[in-house]
Design a protein around this ligand. Sequence first.
Ligand code: MN3
Length: 250
Amino acid sequence: MSIIHRRALMLGAGALAFGARFGFAQTAAPAPAAASAAAPTGPHTLAPLPYGFDANEAAVDARTMELHWRFHHNAYVNNLNAALNGQEALARLPLDELLMNLSRVPENIRTAIRNNGGGHANHTMFWGIMGGRGGEPTGEVLEAINRDLGGSFGEFRNRFNAASMGVFGSGWAFVTVAPSGQLAIVTKPNQDTPLMDGQRVLMGNDVWEHAYYLRYQNRRVEYVNNWWNVLDWNKIGERLKAAREGTLRV
Ligand code: MN3
């Protein structure tokens, strides 16, 4: 018996029958069933975290970071792609444009796009502004905060924390940025995002329990206070600049 025939027998009768029908069992093993049955792999993808899981220990433990990115964020991406399956025009839209035009999304997939597209955008922003060492902003970010959000960094932080604590159940607190550079604090339930109102997001905090429960349990106030310790104000400054230039996406 040849090596090829022995391998075909090891693959089992099902593989043999499949191979005989399509005529390639003796030259290539069939693809694993799991791969051929997988969810669509695009158009949206889960980017690697821009730092290690332990980069935000001053606020968020490594296990929470890993679970949050690997399972929660990944599920939003997969479910978004599944909802876009067969929707060629919508699948070609950048994520921000998709979320800014929800009213044009067919009703049968609108909630899935809203929840999962919003989740993908929110978490992409969230990872992008963390991994830093906190402290206080300088330059244009500080000027904009002083001008629009209470006159001082301390007052801004108080207002933002109060907004974060005021989210009932699961949701987000954001700072939006207008093309003029004007800032405002807004909150959203679930995975909604200010993009859905045509606004751009400068920064935002995830106050779903999955973002903090392992270390803080129900103590959201400790999490929202510590979160400032891991912000990267350089990244937030880049977002403000991009917003003014019209190039800020999610
Ligand atoms: Mn989350």
